[in-house]
Design a binder for this molecule. Structure first.
Ligand SMILES: Cc1cc2nc3c(=O)[nH]c(=O)nc-3n(C[C@H](O)[C@H](O)[C@H](O)COP(=O)(O)OP(=O)(O)OC[C@H]3O[C@@H](n4cnc5c(N)ncnc54)[C@H](O)[C@@H]3O)c2cc1C
Length: 193
């Protein structure tokens, strides 16, 4: 097994690619029936999206409070247009919480995550990008520094912005989440093979 850290454009390595070369696993260690691996992968991804939804809802509540406090202290909220953008983002943070509750309720009721996990994941990934874009925009030039004199909170917001670019790819792309929502929630025709 080879583990290779992947460096993203923020310069950090937060995840890896893992190669399994010539790895053999005893048959009694196999999870589920033969040739049903995709079902397992889908269930695992659904659980990842569902489990993260509550964690992200509380994380964004804290991040939003921190951003409001910071912007207020820097006088960045004197402009009504900035306040308007912040208010829109605040509404989305609250919707994120409601979506998370819906996802966890579905998990409790049916025993598996189901397609509502895709709604939560899509909403969260789009919010992540909007949130950090807003932070970087409203913090001005010093908000773009990742380190050194003048960097705002050690570059926390611009680093978040750089990470957020991959949010609509990780745990399944936004297009795949939209396909799941379209087909399994809205009952639209299936994606052609
Ligand atoms: C930050 C980050 C963290 C990650 N963490 C992990 C991890 O911990 N573990 C792990 O295993 N993987 C991880 N990944 C990998 C991630 O799950 C995949 O990159 C992602 O699922 C997309 O798969 P792919 O790269 O093969 O793209 P592809 O499936 O090749 O897709 C390429 C493009 O085609 C589009 N596309 C593909 N199929 C369709 C379709 N049917 N309809 C419409 N559009 C389509 C996609 O939306 C995308 O834009 C991570 C990726 C990122 C960016």
């Amino acid at each position: 097994m080879t583990v290779q850290p992947l460096r993203d454009m923020s310069g950090q390595s937060r995840f890896c690619q893992v190669f399994f070369d010539q790895v053999r696993v005893p048959i009694d260690e196999r999870l589920g029936p033969e040739n049903q691996g995709w079902e397992l992968a889908r269930t695992t991804l659904g659980n990842e999206r569902a489990a993260r939804s509550l964690v992200e809802a509380s994380a964004y509540r804290r991040r939003m409070d921190a951003l409001i406090e910071l912007l207020r202290a820097r006088g960045a909220l004197d402009d009504p247009l900035s306040r308007d953008r912040l208010a829109r983002c605040e509404i989305r943070v609250r919707i994120l919480s409601l979506n998370a509750i819906r996802t966890v309720a579905a998990l409790q009721a049916q025993g598996f995550a189901g397609p509502s996990a895709s709604t939560a994941r899509l909403y969260h990934s789009l919010l992540e990008q909007e949130f950090y874009q807003l932070g970087v925009d409203l913090l001005g030039q010093s908000g773009l520094l990742t380190a050194g004199t003048g960097a705002v909170q050690n570059g926390r917001w611009v680093t978040g912005y750089l990470h957020s670019r991959g949010a609509t790819i990780g745990a399944g792309t936004a297009e795949i989440q939209r396909n799941t929502i379209g087909e399994q929630i809205l009952g639209l025709p299936r994606d052609s093979p």
